[in-house]
Write a protein that binds this ligand. Structure first.
Ligand code: PLP
Length: 284
């Protein structure tokens, strides 16, 4: 039997019900996080919780409990579902109230969460094909909201074209993936879009920036163009689910020689080492 988190309690999955007037359901009025679990331990937990608090503040959604309480409940959820390598997903909506656009008085936030198995990708090094998609999203992509229609349409385009991800661009400027951040390598330097309102500041993105600094790989956080993407020596995406994944084909064009790049693999290996440290610490 699988369990979900509902407000402050764990419930059998089939007991989880959505109120049809929940504003998450009607307006996408809510926020979420997805946290990777390795050997039962949440990875980069602090960064995810910090981003959650920021998203809540930006949308003026009241968190229904303390971060400590939420963390304890998520740990219970992982245990109860016997998750080794997995993913925790949770969302907080503004709550349920008769439908009107402005924030209703006295509405109480609704927290739901799940923990599922999510094995690590063994074929990561082979790289992935991506497609390009015009970025049609709103201008607060820095908030991790439930409103994901632009991302959904971009990902559908990828899916219909046999690709794993869509790289979005506003005109000439590459922003980010449908559910990932995008990096290119040119002349030994990492380049990625700055963390402004055009992208979600990925927790994996931040972790990889830190790894790059430890490995003495120079990084520039600046916008880059489609032309630079096509001319890149290497390209990769980062996300909680994808970790560090090489991009080897964009539409019909190979990236460089069509193989995962050296710096990309160096970062992917450093990422692996960090995961393995977590796994070893859990065993001991
Ligand atoms: C639009 C978007 N950008 C970037 C990311 C990567 O963020 P993270 O590394 O925190 O998973 C995600 C993750 O889902 C995303 O949806």
């Amino acid at each position: 039997m699988s369990f979900i988190l509902y407000q402050n309690q764990l419930l059998p999955r089939e007991k989880g019900k959505v109120d049809m007037e929940d504003r998450g359901y009607q307006f996408g009025d809510g926020i979420y996080e997805a946290i990777r679990v390795y050997s039962g331990q949440m990875f980069l937990l602090e960064g995810h919780m910090k981003r959650l608090v920021r998203s809540a503040r930006e949308l003026r959604i009241k968190l229904p409990c303390s971060i400590e309480n939420l963390t304890d409940n998520l740990k219970q959820l992982i245990k109860r579902n016997a998750i080794g390598d997995g993913m925790v997903y949770f969302q907080i909506t503004r709550g349920a109230a008769p439908r009107k656009h402005y924030f209703p008085d006295g509405v109480s936030p609704v927290l739901t969460g799940s923990a599922t198995l999510f094995p690590r990708d063994k074929h990561r090094e082979e790289g992935i094909k991506v497609v390009l998609a015009e970025d049609i999203r709103w201008l607060r992509c820095d908030i991790k909201t439930l409103n994901l229609l632009g991302n959904v349409l971009a990902k559908q385009k990828a899916h219909e074209n046999g690709a794993e991800e869509a790289i979005q661009h506003r005109g000439d400027i590459v922003t980010e993936g449908a559910s990932s951040n995008v990096f290119i390598v040119r002349g030994g330097k990492l380049i990625t879009h700055p963390a402004d309102h055009y992208i979600l500041n990925g927790i994996t993105r931040l972790f990889v920036l830190d790894l790059a600094s430890k490995l003495n790989i120079p990084v520039v956080e600046r916008t880059f163009t489609l032309e630079e993407l096509f001319a890149a020596d290497e390209a990769f995406i980062t996300s909680t689910g994808n970790e560090v994944k090489p991009v080897t084909q964009i539409d019909d064009h190979p990236v460089s020689d069509g193989k995962a790049g050296e710096i990309t693999l160096k970062l992917a290996e450093a990422f692996d080492r960090a995961v393995n440290r977590v796994k070893r610490a859990t065993l001991s």
